[in-house]
Design a binder for this molecule. Structure first.
Ligand code: F6P
Length: 524
């Protein structure tokens, strides 16, 4: 039992009396729409009134955390001990944003800031093409979108997918002499990133750039691989193997963000995230926002049976928050064996999906309101807007509150009937139509309010979700820091790529009939 080497043995979750008590308490708890449940954490206001609760649930949740050795795991996480047991490494992203980080982190931060200062003072590179995927991409897209949505003096394009249209579109129309390519890959083995990087270098060379590597910066934990690829030492910013790919936003992967919207944005995000780290480390159980949010999510998943979680940022600038959180939540919690490799036996991470409001209201909110399943919703909104049209912001806030209220309160048949009759419908038609207008209500939600969107509040928000996910991983007993499923897909894709290119013979017997057919047909 590998986990036993460094972590206390945990009994199978579903066999513990604490789990049984927690689930029972969750099933018998209810939503109390008139009892406000407000939390303050690192400048964010969280309203959990839309979640079921009861004194018994709170008590059994605390007992469950204690049975799962939560305090010990949290200490391990925050002190950089090896916690990712299948890869035998720490997951120390909190160190990247610590106010007084270890020497190597501080030195790399300083190097990056100096690089940016020089590039900015020389007004060098009007364009940046950021090449990376997953954790080497979403966080940068999110922050550049959040703070550069109304324009930046440098134009930023992204290429992530291996689909050639992505890199073609990213490079189209740019002046190669005035374009910096930022290649971000922790492992420096990701096929998408390396292929897109090659295309970008070719593009520069074909346009007559004498030394295309002059217009390249690499961010990686594997500098030797980057050097073998052509990058020079001075062009490489480092991260470390203890930074999980989906947490690398806090590392020098933020280079593009800093070049696009400023080093102060990166620093502000660090400060907000560090404040949330402090809250997570020290706030008592009943006031600890990530812990309470995690427990509410587990009740929704395991006691109430919700298989998905909807993210509804009521903020156009946070469009990329949804995919960012999808990776964070689903790559982390999409596991069904525990630290010892045994089946978990209970449902784990929900599918995460969403879209910014109010677009989402006209896309899938009907399903949230009246489908047979429904899903818990995280509403995220800023109290103060960044624009100067108060009437827009009033309407946005009103829509956010209204959707939440409808999910929480619902509408009874009697209320619907009254409405139909009041609109002048005859009794029989009103009775029929009223049945279609009933909302079940009682559908769980969180409301997360940022005073306004700043680097600090966005940093705090992302750290809130990171810690929530961690707590859920500890309770479910899974490793939230590996992603073997994704790795398996990568290996299969590599083999099929070689079959399609003719680099290796087609292996019909090694595939199912359908895959073999399409390999034959696509491979010609
Ligand atoms: O999607 C799997 C994954 O390994 C992520 O965890 C990571 O963010 C992404 O691929 C990119 O990896 P890298 O930064 O090593 O290119």
């Amino acid at each position: 039992m590998i986990s036993a080497l460094s972590t206390p043995l945990m009994s199978a979750l579903d066999q513990t009396s604490e789990w049984e008590a927690f689930i029972k308490a969750g099933q018998s708890a209810s939503v109390h729409p008139n009892d406000l449940r407000l939390f303050d954490a690192a400048g964010l206001a969280l309203d959990f009134t839309g979640q079921v609760t009861s004194p018994l649930l709170i008590k059994s949740a605390e007992a469950l955390l204690s049975a799962r050795h939560f305090n010990l795991y949290r200490d391990k996480l925050l002190s950089g001990q090896s916690i990712n047991n299948t890869e035998e490494r720490a997951a120390w992203h909190t160190m990247l944003r610590a106010p007084a980080p270890v020497e190597a982190v501080a030195a790399e931060r300083q190097r990056m800031n100096e690089f940016i200062r020089k590039a900015d003072s020389e007004r060098r590179w009007r364009n940046i093409v950021h090449i990376g995927i997953g954790g080497s991409d979403w966080g940068v897209r999110l922050t550049v979108g959040a703070f550069g949505y109304a324009g930046m003096w440098r134009q930023v394009r992204f290429a992530a997918s291996i689909d050639g249209h992505a890199i073609e579109g990213a490079l189209a129309g740019l002046n190669p002499h005035d374009t910096l390519i930022v290649l971000a890959s922790k492992s420096f083995t990701t096929a998408e990133t390396l292929q897109n990087g090659r295309r970008a270098i070719e593009w520069q060379r074909n346009a007559g750039v004498e030394d295309p590597y002059e217009n390249l910066m690499v961010v990686t934990a594997c500098p030797d691989l980057a050097k073998a690829w052509g990058a020079r030492d001075s062009q490489i910013f480092r991260l470390w193997d203890w930074v999980g790919g989906r947490f690398s936003l806090w590392s020098s992967v933020g280079l593009t963000t800093a070049l696009a919207v400023g080093s102060d944005v990166v620093a502000g995000m660090h400060a907000g995230a560090a404040a949330m780290d402090m809250h997570f480390a020290s706030a008592p159980f009943e006031k600890n926002a990530p812990i309470q949010m995690a427990l509410a999510g587990i009740v929704n998943r395991n006691a109430l049976g919700y298989a998905s979680l909807n993210i509804a940022p009521y903020d156009f600038r946070l469009a990329n928050l949804v995919p960012y959180l999808q990776q964070l939540e689903m790559e982390s919690l999409g596991k069904s064996v525990d630290l010892d490799g045994d089946p978990v036996h209970v449902a784990t991470g929900p599918a995460v999906w969403g879209m910014p409001g109010t677009d989402a209201q006209h896309t899938f909110f009907q399903w949230l309101h009246q489908s047979s399943d429904g899903a818990p919703v995280d509403f995220i909104v800023c109290q103060e807007a960044g624009h100067h049209w108060p009437e827009h912001h009033r309407s946005l806030l009103a829509n956010c509150l209204a959707q939440r209220e409808a999910l929480l309160q619902g509408k009874s048949y009697e209320e619907a009937l009254k409405e139909c009759l009041a609109s002048g419908l005859p009794q029989e038609k009103a009775e029929w139509l009223a049945k279609h207008r009933v909302h079940p209500g009682g559908r769980p939600s969180n409301l997360i309010v940022l005073p306004k969107l700043t680097p600090y509040t966005l940093g705090a928000l992302l750290a809130l979700y990171e810690h929530k996910v961690f707590v859920q991983g500890v309770v479910w007993g899974i490793n939230p820091f590996d992603q073997w499923g994704v790795e398996y897909g990568k290996v299969l894709a590599q083999g099929i790529t070689e079959e399609l290119s003719g680099a290796k013979p087609k292996d019909a017997a090694g595939h199912d009939a359908s895959t073999a057919y399409w390999v034959e047909r696509f491979g010609g």
